[in-house]
Design a protein around this ligand. Structure first.
Ligand code: MSP
Length: 508
């Protein structure tokens, strides 16, 4: 039976159009989903939208529509972007889905019956954009400590979740699983939050009504984060398809941005503990994109539109850039010059050129046909060892979301291959030693094939083209890592010949 892998993105607020930050997490989840499929896993990949909450209600009001109309109007922007970016999600959730309402109400009910939810009163400072309460002490210069905007004094009757009951247990859980939250800096951040002690959490609101009603007390709607986090259960089939749920829960990875760490690494695990449900295996928080060194913001007018960038530079080029530019987990800086430099350097000069150069030589010197390689000679053994080591490194990194280092391994492989070609000089062998020539070109072909397979999760379309150019008739989407042992003999290759450049060079 194949292994199961369940990966999620945050569900995105629909009060605004998607930007590079949304594209980042969703592309990261797609890279992982595609990689895991090549490893033979059955993958469930969930993304979606977060439609409820005061912020959405306020936006709708300002635009003179109902919150549901606003959500319906904004939804296509997300759906279209995922289509454009070649995202292979297998689930898509809207928090207004009926099935989700059932999940949230069931979860709420369960915690209530357990005595982990109780009715009380709440008064504190509230930040609407962050949908969060803060104490006087937590404020920074009287403003929201997370986003720096103005806060309002709010007092309301509310249901509390006894989060204080779960702090100790969760801390022990953290101590036993040092990779529960990654990267390490985020683990430490969440752990110190826990060590400071948890207060009970207000999980309902009465000051607006755009949300899921509390079972038995519809004057309250469920707090948007309680609602939103539960999407990971609904999406996996909780209550609606328990068979699927049992197969996929707990999630293997929740991918998030660093700003929503506390909700995922502290609140969510405590809700799950209270509900007697297993905790996700990993929470990975990535960094933030700045734009030419500045914070990205509407007021600065520098928000990066992923549609525009992908349409200008290419979908695969954009996806690749996101993970090649900076380690996943660290902050990164976007600029058009940086995108162009990656395209011209890594893609055109390096990988793309290697594919063309190899296909060309096989076309020219071997009339496009590879044959069984002969006995190893020259630097063959070193090439093989180097390739196998780099594949192992790539896999180790990919399994831990080390996309940046995984890509480094691929480019080390292309460098090794270029050195191999220079050392073995096929153009000389063509005159002097045809038997050795076909072995050398076979080895080159094989190395390019491996590089292509390793790049596939990042650039599914361009690698599919390269795969074809290498004469391989099987679908790269179905290429299985374990069957594609690093060195093997291909059967049924189509003739290999010159190809048009995969990555045309760009002007800065
Ligand atoms: N709706 C909540 C998530 C609920 S998940 C149960 C939410 N939505 S959001 O649309 O505001 O943000 C979604 C994601 O975008 C977050 O992970 C956030 O980190 C990410 N980003 C927002 N700006 C970003 C950058 N400038 N760079 C990278 N990611 C950024 O939060």
């Amino acid at each position: 039976m194949s292994e199961h892998y369940y990966i999620t993105t945050p569900i995105y607020y629909i009060n605004d159009v998607p930007h590079i930050g949304h594209a980042y997490t969703t592309c990261a989840a797609d890279v992982m989903a595609r990689y895991k499929r090549t490893c033979g896993c059955e993958v469930f990949f969930l993304t979606g939208v977060d439609e409820h909450g005061q912020k959405a209600q306020k936006s709708a009001l300002e635009q003179g529509v109902t919150p549901q109309e606003l959500a319906d109007r904004m939804l296509p922007a997300f759906v279209d972007l995922w289509k454009l970016l070649n995202i292979t999600n297998t689930g898509f959730i809207r928090t207004t889905d009926e099935a989700h309402k059932k999940t949230v109400q069931r979860l709420f009910q369960k915690l209530y019956e357990k005595g982990d939810v109780y009715l009380g009163e709440y008064e504190d400072w509230y930040c609407i954009p962050c949908e969060s309460y803060f104490t006087e002490l937590q404020l920074k210069n009287g403003k929201c400590p997370d986003c720096g905007r103005a806060v309002e004094r709010l007092k309301e009757e509310t249901y509390f979740f006894r989060m204080s009951r779960y702090g100790e247990r969760l801390l022990r859980y953290f101590e036993e699983r040092k990779t529960f939250v990654m990267p390490e800096a985020r683990y430490n951040e969440a752990a110190s939050f826990l060590k400071a002690g948890l207060r009970d959490l207000s999980i309902t609101r009465t000051t607006f009504n755009w949300g899921i009603p509390v079972p038995g007390n519809p004057a309250h709607v469920v707090y948007v984060w309680f609602d939103a986090l539960a999407n990971y259960l609904t999406g996996a089939g909780f209550l609606s398809d328990m068979d699927r749920f049992e197969r996929f829960w707990p999630a293997d990875a929740h991918l998030i941005g660093k700003d929503i760490l506390r909700f995922h690494a502290v609140y969510w695990p405590s809700f799950l503990m209270a509900a007697d449900l297993p905790l996700p295996k990993r929470i990975f928080a990535h960094g933030w994109w700045t734009v030419e060194g500045q914070k990205m913001s509407k007021s600065l007018g520098n928000v990066v539109d992923p549609f525009e960038v992908a349409n200008t530079y290419g979908v695969d080029e954009f996806r690749f850039f996101l993970f090649r530019e900076a380690p996943f987990g660290m902050d990164a800086d976007f600029s058009r010059d940086a995108v162009v430099a990656r395209i011209n350097g890594d893609l055109a000069n390096d990988y793309g050129n290697l594919v063309s150069r190899s296909a060309n030589m096989i076309g020219k010197f071997l009339a496009g046909t590879l044959t069984t390689p002969g006995e190893p000679g020259g630097t063959d053994a070193a090439l093989r060892e180097g390739t196998e080591n780099l594949i192992a490194e790539y896999r180790k990194e990919m399994n831990d979301f080390g996309f940046y280092k995984a890509l480094n391994a691929v480019f080390e492989l292309t460098a090794i291959l270029n050195r191999y070609i220079d050392a073995e000089a096929p153009w000389k062998l063509a005159r002097e030693n045809p038997a050795r020539l076909s072995t050398v070109l076979y080895n080159v072909w094989n190395g390019v094939r491996v590089s292509t397979l390793l790049l596939y999760p990042f650039m599914p379309s361009k690698t599919a083209r390269a795969w074809k150019a290498l004469g391989i008739n099987r679908d790269i989407e179905k290429a299985a890592f374990d069957e594609e042992k690093s060195f093997y003999l291909a059967a049924d290759l189509s003739p290999i010949d010159k190809i048009a450049p995969l990555f045309p060079r760009r002007e800065t």
